[in-house]
Design a protein around this ligand. Structure first.
Ligand SMILES: [Fe+2]
Length: 503
């Protein structure tokens, strides 16, 4: 009888979820869930999961609930659209993430890459597909194993996607990129820039909006521990230079201005013994990175394009930054907005202590770099996005996703917009029934922030996902469109947009 009662209860909850979803395209749900607010005026609805989410507590947080991998590769055409998609929006939204094929991974960051894509054109959503990135690791059964060290083609390719010089590349931070076909998300194969790339490639390259060059780096587990690379606008790798650092640390992102490269080296050190332990144990939960604050944190500034030997460093308080939002030149200063965490990979927080937006000013005048730190927001939010036509330039608009990290869980919730000049913030909270992800900006017009932000939103009650589209300049108004998807899309990492003219 208990099972029957539980089943009936779940059906009721599913109906409630469907009713709520029906109002998703308008202001009704926004108002019901607290909706938008200016900075300082928080909605009453708490962030977090409702009790309807099916969670297996025996699994680690990155394998259960809305993190759980999906088993099927699906393709569906002519998706149902609620609301209205801007007619200028024509292209492919594609997002990468961890989807461990063996059903187990040692950490959220360490599952096999899977992309989920939606093609949008003429106000329609013409298809959805999810596809594994067909890496050599996937062909061997999936995941990292003790059979070989990761690197080269042997990478998970699970973190992000970049479109440069006509190529759609998945990136996994360790190993080479993999090239995909934008037409159906199938895998072409690993990509090493015609043999010129010798080491790893970051998942966060920066494309200079003026020159079209792609600047990127790779951190390696043996020397050179850090390399800086430039691919020209045609995609030819034209420069690779070692950057002098003392050890192999996890460097997830960096920044450029119109004339500078900015690195942040922070005390998350690679540990080979832990790496061996990770791949040797069944159902391992070992991460091969260790928080060692005694190593210190420092920022390095070097000329854009090099030489890397000209890099200058300034020590700062130990902390960690996964993601920068943007950087730019202001006279003698390099200014950079970052999502700063006090520490990561420590007990008491699934990923790290809450990310807060900081503005760092690095004064490059004189023999030693100067440093100033300013807190820009007291909201916990990460996965920043900007109008990429303003990469490395003074900008006004940035978007993040609100986060909650507890000892055994991470929740990604609503969208936050910040006016980078005034600091004014606006939120859109989808309510505790929903979780979201990185809000990718896609332009529909020539001016900064003239466009939309979009991400996959999961409905815990209905156990469905949708691609939700907000007006980038008015996120508080709630969704302008919602594209229904044929299956749940697990939490993931980073997305990109491939314009229809290039797909
Ligand atoms: Fe990232």
């Amino acid at each position: 009888m208990e099972d029957r009662a539980g089943s009936l209860d779940r059906r009721t909850l599913l109906r409630l979820g469907a009713l709520a979803a029906a109002g998703f395209g308008g202001a009704g749900l926004v108002a019901a869930c607290g909706g938008s607010s200016k900075h300082g005026a928080r909605p009453s609805a708490p962030l977090g999961r409702p009790s309807t989410t099916v969670v297996d507590p025996s699994l680690p947080w990155w394998l259960r609930g809305d993190f759980a991998p999906v088993a099927k590769e699906v393709e569906t055409f002519d998706l149902r659209v609620e609301g209205s998609l801007p007619k200028e929006l024509a292209g492919l939204y594609v997002r990468n993430g961890s989807n461990p094929k063996p059903g187990w991974s040692p950490h959220w960051f360490l599952g096999d890459g899977m992309v989920h894509g939606v093609m949008i054109e003429d106000g329609r959503a013409s298809w959805y597909r999810n596809r594994y990135v067909h890496t050599t690791l996937l062909a061997a059964g999936g995941g990292l194993t003790a059979k070989g060290a990761p690197g080269g083609a042997a990478g998970l390719s699970n973190v992000s996607v970049v479109h440069h010089a006509g190529r759609l590349l998945t990136l996994g931070e360790v190993g080479f990129p993999y090239e995909l076909r934008a037409t159906d998300l199938s895998t072409v194969g690993s990509y090493d820039f015609a043999g010129r790339l010798k080491g790893n490639m970051t998942a966060h390259p920066k494309i200079d909006p003026v020159t079209g060059a792609m600047h990127f780096f790779g951190y390696n587990f043996a020397e050179p521990f850090l390399e800086y690379h430039v691919a020209d606008r045609d995609g030819t790798l034209v420069s690779s230079q070692p950057v002098s650092v003392k050890a192999a640390t996890m460097i997830h992102d960096f920044a450029i201005t119109e004339r500078d490269v900015v690195f942040w080296e922070m005390p998350v050190l690679f540990d080979m013994k832990l790496a061996i332990k990770m791949v040797s144990e069944a159902r391992s939960t070992v991460m091969p990175y260790v928080w060692k604050p005694a190593y210190g944190s420092r920022l390095g500034v070097m000329p854009l394009g090099g030489p890397a030997s000209a890099i200058r460093w300034v020590e700062i308080e130990p902390c960690y930054v996964f993601h920068g939002m943007n950087a730019w030149r202001a006279g003698d200063e390099v200014v950079i907005d970052v999502c700063r965490l006090q520490k990561v990979f420590v007990a008491g927080a699934a990923l790290g202590l809450p990310p807060r937006l900081h503005r760092w000013r690095i004064n490059t005048n004189g023999p030693n770099l100067g440093f100033r730190d300013e807190v820009r927001s007291d909201l916990d939010a990460d996965l920043p996005s900007i109008d990429r036509r303003y990469v490395g330039r003074t900008y006004r608009h940035g978007w993040r996703v609100e986060t909650r990290s507890t000892p055994d869980d991470v929740v990604l919730a609503g969208a936050v917009h910040i006016d980078a000049q005034t600091g004014t913030e606006t939120r859109w909270d989808p309510g505790p029934q929903f979780s979201s992800g990185e809000w990718l900006f896609v332009a529909t017009g020539p001016d900064e922030a003239e466009g939309v932000v979009m991400t996959y939103v999961y409905d815990h009650a209905a156990d469905t996902s949708s691609l939700v589209v907000l007006d980038a300049r008015d996120i508080g108004a709630g969704p302008v469109a919602r594209i229904a998807l044929p299956q749940r899309v697990p939490y993931g990492f980073h997305a990109t947009w491939v314009p229809a003219t290039a797909a």
